[in-house]
Design a protein around this ligand. Sequence first.
Ligand code: S3P
Length: 168
Amino acid sequence: MVYDNIVLIGFMGSGKTSVGKILARRLYKDFADVDTVIEQEQGCSISEIFETKGEAYFRELEQKCINQLTAKKGQVIATGGGVPIHSTISDKSLIVYIDADFDVIVNRLSKRERAKRPLFDDEVKARALYDTRIETYKKLATFSVDANQTIPTFIHVIVDFVLDKRVL
Ligand code: S3P
């Protein structure tokens, strides 16, 4: 199997963007982040899109964005936590699940980071959302990595796995 891109999935705050940037550098690939692309194209923040246009509209933007990105090759793509749930991801993607426990995520996310995420407003609801999503993340993933430690402790596990595969 030859993959076009590496797509990182996982819950909000699991570290997809930070992992993706490092991974892209290590593998000499381009890096793209779905949330950042959407914010740039829309000229406003994810929170503003949720507020003014609603979640359903945001989900449409996500699907369009992941389609556009995966039409190209040779990238590490970080997704928003809802992409695997609400969108279809090209089956030519090597999907890596950044698997962190909810309590680890809560401890990692600063107030400022939480404020950027409309679905993290309420911790009880966010935990329930986490519980409903993890099975889908696991099922979709080509490979899951335990991301409960700091990035330097597990990044090589992903690098080794990916280097063993053919990614264009
Ligand atoms: C969301 C995750 C966020 C962002 C939006 C919705 C979700 O991205 O796309 O707030 O549904 O899980 P991160 O996973 O980068 O926080």
